[in-house]
Ligand binder design. Structure first.
Ligand SMILES: Nc1ncnc2c1ncn2[C@@H]1O[C@H](COP(=O)(O)OS(=O)(=O)O)[C@@H](OP(=O)(O)O)[C@H]1O
Length: 361
């Protein structure tokens, strides 16, 4: 029987072969992707926070929703959004120990820097990131004050991946003055460790005002805004820069939920004059080995603040960016004196509640 060569049949055979090969490729690729995805991210997460929140973790967020403020100069990787750009040892898990990445998971934080605004919270967070046992979120998630309705799974997805034994933390200075926050944090974890950086409330208020005026230059002077009635010398205690500094009144709300042993106060002025000393106490409070020491800091005369020495593999030192350590306006000494009188009883009450004298006059 004669075999006919028919171009139409030949093309059909070729197309058929191609289709089979394509299907095989698709199956292989899907298998490869599926197996890879499973091994990398599907981890049963134990929050370790004494509550029933064991959840399946899908881990496909990669911090894409998080904005990092580039508060460190000469820290290009921070500016590009890496959560662990600063520090000699706190390198990104994803890049520094790929072999261990499979064991890392996103967990809810075990420690929080809750305040105070303009206290030195950014400096503290960035210094703490030097510790290999700390994994800190670079941005301020504002979960307990603004985004609570998004739920704990959203909050967890914001956190950097951490290995067992590493402490996950974030900082949002507004938590300290938000009335609903202590109860919400308590509902997440009764054992959480809370850190508050406090600074002389008058300097803090001026720092706050300096930030406000940098964004809205047309507002009245600090002196004007400080008073409800200047001739009567009546302070406007509801003006946010003044109100935030009434620490005792805010602390009361936290002590209704957490024992004093769970709240650590960082002395904001000493964080500038002796960063290693303050960091030593924070590491003790967190139950960590004292790894961050004075070897990590140098005083930058131009900046007027302590900065980080060069990290491994880089010749550039790290200072906080220009929004930290701004020049403050000169305030009328009479207004300062009036503020001292105003804050005096609040400060005394705060020293008593915190169990330490911060020495603000
Ligand atoms: N090492 C170092 N470098 C720069 N600045 C430092 C440092 N340590 C503490 N500070 C003080 O931190 C103040 C800003 O506080 P915060 O980071 O808490 O501000 S914020 O609430 O997050 O906006 C900032 O306030 P201003 O001086 O008013 O800018 C600083 O005084």
């Amino acid at each position: 029987m004669a075999i006919f060569y028919h171009p139409y049949l030949e093309t059909r055979r070729l197309l058929h072969k191609l289709l089979v090969m394509l299907s095989l490729c698709t199956i292989c690729a899907s298998l490869f992707y599926f197996l890879g995805g499973c091994c990398e991210t599907d981890i049963v997460e134990n929050t370790g926070l004494g509550q029933s929140t064991q959840l399946f973790f899908t881990g496909r967020y990669h911090e894409k929703n998080v904005s990092y403020d580039s508060n460190f100069i000469n820290a290009p990787s921070l500016a590009t959004g890496s959560p662990d750009a600063v520090g000699t040892s706190a390198r990104s898990l994803e890049t520094s120990s790929p072999g261990k990445d499979w064991a890392a998971a996103r967990r809810l934080p075990q420690a929080l820097i809750i305040g105070v605004k303009k206290g030195g919270t950014r400096a503290l967070l960035e210094f703490l990131r030097l510790h290999p046992d700390i994994r800190a979120l670079g941005s301020e998630p504002h979960f307990f004050d603004r985004h609570y309705a998004r739920g704990l799974n959203w909050y967890r997805s914001m956190m950097p991946k951490a290995l067992d034994g590493q402490i996950v933390m974030e900082k949002t200075p507004r938590y300290f003055v938000t009335a609903e926050t202590p109860a919400r944090i308590y509902a997440m974890s009764k054992e959480i460790k809370l850190i508050v950086v406090v600074r002389d409330p008058i300097t803090r208020a001026i720092s706050d005002y300096t930030q406000i005026i940098s964004k809205t230059p047309d507002i009245p002077s600090f002196e004007t805004l400080t008073f409800k009635n200047r001739t009567m010398g009546q302070i406007d205690a509801l003006w946010s820069p003044i109100w935030i500094g009434m620490y005792a009144q805010h602390l009361e709300k936290w002590l209704a939920y957490f024992p004093p042993s769970q709240i650590h106060f960082v002395h904001g002025e000493r964080l500038i004059s002796d960063p290693a000393g303050e960091l030593g106490k924070v590491q003790d409070f967190l139950g960590l080995q004292r790894i961050i020491t004075d070897k990590h800091f140098y005083f930058n005369k131009t900046k007027g603040f302590p900065c980080l020495k060069k990290p491994e593999g880089s010749s550039k030192p790290h200072c906080l960016g220009k929004t930290k350590g701004r020049t403050h306006p000169k305030i009328d000494p009479k207004v300062i004196q009036r503020l001292k009188d105003f804050y005096h009883p609040h400060n005394l009450k705060f020293y008593q509640m915190a169990g330490q004298d911060f020495g603000w006059q």
